[in-house]
Design a protein around this ligand. Structure first.
Ligand SMILES: Nc1nc2c(ncn2[C@@H]2O[C@H](COP(=O)(O)OP(=O)(O)O)[C@@H](O)[C@H]2O)c(=O)[nH]1
Ligand SMILES: [Mg+2]
Length: 362
């Protein structure tokens, strides 16, 4: 998961502050004409021998001098190996490479700009100990990503469900998003999680548009032992949601809705009506991580037209880029609650900012 993003950050961190690899200089032999004798390279030992002959010194003094010389040399060597200065030119050259990779990995431009500004302020034109430089870059990258992903108020679905139950109120969740991104599957996975935590769920089959959508939800309902409130295909989805909200013996109402390949006005009106009638505690946007920039556009659109409170990203198991996670949060300013990581009920992972950050910046 997210390997590309990790590679891009690592490559930048590894290269910056280090001298550029220059093409190798031409070998001496190339300048030697055919037939000419190749001069023997003079060894260091020979030069030292010659010096010894010229300057005869007492043995003790020589030993002492050699010792001091060695110390100084080691010090200089250590400085060459560990000191790093990041020039403006090198920074821009390497950042351009990183920038392209981040764009290719679906990271939104605003986030890239933020990363650039933060890095520029802290490292350009400054001399660092090599280790300190690597540490500083990683710290800035981590902090910028944490700032993008962390919300001022944390949202925990199980906690919220507990809270509602203690007040004897049902938790009403409405799931929206583009067709095929995993709404129905995610709703079933979450229901399974709620059941494990002793909550009683009920499904509202408010996707009355797509062929076989009701049967798909019923299939999950049967497997999990969850009641499905349904009407006929083509009927008013808001009425289905309303019936589910009014049904008895439930802690959590989960409203499945329809999507369209390209969301149109009709769909948005339909969703707005369900929301108005069912009054969900949370409207959860379900989108697939692999959709990249399309996902970001769609999330923005749903947020503007319907209003979303949280996000679940599916198919993270097949997303090796990872940038959508950053972009979708940045564009909606809503938290990601879970990641879908497969097609089984257990394949739902709580999204934790720290865990994600440590995965992409190691
Ligand atoms: N690999 C993978 N597939 C998923 C995940 N979530 C959903 N899917 C698959 O995506 C397809 C569409 O899912 P569905 O729930 O019907 O999407 P909906 O149209 O939004 O309700 C199905 O084949 C699911 O099995 C996930 O996290 N990982
Ligand atoms: Mg569906």
């Amino acid at each position: 998961m997210f390997d590309f993003l990790k590679k891009a950050f690592k490559s930048f961190t590894d290269k910056i502050g280090k001298p550029e690899e220059k093409p190798k200089e031409k070998k001496v032999e190339e300048n030697v004409k055919v037939g000419e004798e190749i001069p023997e390279p003079v060894s260091t030992e020979e030069i030292l021998k010659e010096e010894e002959i010229i300057v005869e010194k007492p043995k003790e003094l020589k030993k002492l001098e050699e010792k001091e010389e060695k110390k100084g040399f080691l010090k200089k060597l250590a400085a060459i190996v560990t000191e790093a200065k990041v020039s403006d030119e090198q920074f821009h050259k390497l950042f351009t490479v990183l920038e392209i990779e981040l764009i290719q990995n679906n990271v939104a431009f605003t986030i890239i700009q933020q990363i650039r500004e933060n890095l520029e302020d802290e490292i350009v034109g400054k001399s660092f100990n090599r280790q300190k430089l690597t540490y500083t870059i990683k710290k800035i990258l981590r902090q910028t990503i944490v700032d993008t992903l962390e919300m001022p108020k944390p949202l925990d679905l199980l906690e919220l469900a507990k809270e509602k139950k203690s007040k004897n109120e049902p938790l009403i969740l409405m799931f929206i998003g583009t067709n095929g991104h995993g709404k129905t599957t995610t709703l079933a996975k979450l229901a399974h999680l709620f059941q494990k935590n002793d909550f009683r769920c009920i499904f509202a089959a408010s996707d009355t548009f797509r062929a076989a959508s009701i049967e798909q939800l019923e299939h999950h309902g049967n497997k999990l032992g969850i009641r499905v409130i349904k009407h006929n295909y083509g009927s008013d989805p808001a009425a289905v949601a309303f019936d589910a909200v009014k049904a008895k013996d439930k802690d959590i109402v989960m409203i499945d809705t329809a999507g369209r390949q390209s969301p149109n006005t009709n769909l948005m009106e339909e969703l707005a009506k369900i929301k108005k009638v069912a009054k969900p505690d949370l409207t959860i946007y379900v989108g697939e991580a692999i959709a990249g920039s399309d996902l970001v556009e769609q999330a923005k659109n749903f947020n503007e037209k319907i209003g979303i409170d949280a996000i679940i990203l599916t198919k993270a198991d097949v997303d090796d880029k990872g940038g959508a996670i950053l972009s979708v949060t940045q564009v909606t300013n809503k938290p990601i609650l879970y990641l879908g990581i497969g097609q089984e009920y257990e394949d739902l992972e709580k999204f934790e900012v720290a865990k994600f950050v440590s995965k992409i910046i190691s």
